[in-house]
Design a protein around this ligand. Structure first.
Ligand SMILES: C[S@@+](CC[C@H](N)C(=O)[O-])C[C@H]1O[C@@H](n2cnc3c(N)ncnc32)[C@H](O)[C@@H]1O
Ligand SMILES: Nc1nc2[nH]cc(C(=O)O)c2c(=O)[nH]1
Ligand code: SF4
Ligand SMILES: [Mg+2]
Length: 278
């Protein structure tokens, strides 16, 4: 469902009827493309807005340039129910930025859905989540001024007209400092893994990511009250497009073999490249 086709097309929460609302960038039915549930038919609810700014963010219109319509929680649930699925994936942007995501998760739980929350792991909330799919951000995600924002580069497959006209730079790296300061919150990460079934899904480009990943894992194992098994750790190749993935996936698969972690594909990118609502 493109949000523009929604039954309501509001520009601000003030326009919402009563009840709580969320800024929704897109809501669609697809296959879970990442992680331990890859291949499972799922409804995706993508909220808009993020506290971080990864240079490679494949959801540019939720982070760098947030775009959304405000939908009431009941409207979101009704839209989810219109699809024949047992699994719902709440993603973003950073879905846990919004307190109202908790209300949505309560409703989905009451309806019997299995919920996965895709999160950067910096904001913990005590809400019903069946699988916390945590993707802690490594230093290689920081939007330094020498990088282009890959998620913003138009490709032939994007026909929605929402992309900027050419490669976009993150400016003078003004987001870099905030991003670097906020990207890892060890206490939040420990609470996530203590409270929920979880997977740790790291975006990896090459061997240079591994020492930081191993250090972070050692710190987490030290502070958390529950074990983190190597099979809870997934290496996901960086790549917002088929072309991008073609450059990273074999190297990242080799790293998974070398270090004994799991590898996760990005099935939706293999299947549909960077088309919206997939
Ligand atoms: C757009 S994020 C939204 C959820 C949350 N903000 C997060 O980062 O986990 C969804 C997933 O896509 C991953 N991701 C974003 N851009 C990517 C890229 N260029 N290559 C590989 N994974 C990417 C994130 O790491 C995360 O696992
Ligand atoms: N098919 C599909 N699977 C996904 N798994 C996590 C996604 C996300 O953007 O969080 C995602 C997505 O955008 N599409
Ligand atoms: S944390 Fe997630 S949504 Fe936010 S910029 Fe990074 S990949 Fe994009
Ligand atoms: Mg995605």
């Amino acid at each position: 469902m493109p949000v523009s086709d929604s039954v309501v097309d509001r520009e601000s929460p003030a326009d919402a009827s009563d009840g709580s609302a969320l800024p929704i960038n897109e809501l669609f039915y697809s296959l879970q493309g990442e992680g331990t549930l890859a291949g499972v038919p799922s409804v995706f609810v993508r909220t808009s807005g993020c506290n971080l700014r990864c240079w490679f963010c494949d959801s540019y219109h939720t982070s760098w340039e947030p775009t959304h319509a405000w939908l009431d929680i009941e409207e979101i649930v009704a839209e989810v129910e219109s699809h024949d699925a047992d699994h719902v994936v709440l993603t973003g942007g950073e879905p846990l930025l919004h307190e109202e995501s908790g209300e949505l998760l309560e409703e989905l739980d009451a309806c019997g859905y299995h919920t996965t929350v895709e999160t950067n792991g910096t904001i913990h909330r005590d809400v019903p989540i069946d699988l916390a799919s945590i993707s802690p951000k490594l230093a290689s995600s920081t939007p330094t001024s020498d990088r282009n924002l890959t998620g913003a580069v138009p490709t032939e497959s994007r026909t929605d007209g929402r992309q900027p006209p050419g490669p976009v730079s993150p400016g003078d790296g003004e987001w870099a400092e905030k991003h670097d300061r906020e990207r890892i919150d060890m206490e939040a990460l420990a609470t996530f893994i203590e409270d929920y079934e979880f997977q740790l899904k790291f975006v990896v480009t090459d061997n240079e990511d591994m020492s930081e990943l191993l250090g972070l894992l050692a710190d987490l194992r030290e502070v958390a009250d529950v074990p983190v098994r190597d099979e809870d750790v997934l290496l996901m190749p960086e790549g917002a497009t088929r072309e991008g993935l073609a450059e990273t996936r074999e190297r990242v698969a080799d790293l998974a073999i070398e270090y004994g972690f799991r590898y996760t594909p990005r099935l939706h990118v293999d299947l549909w490249n960077d088309a919206p609502e997939t």
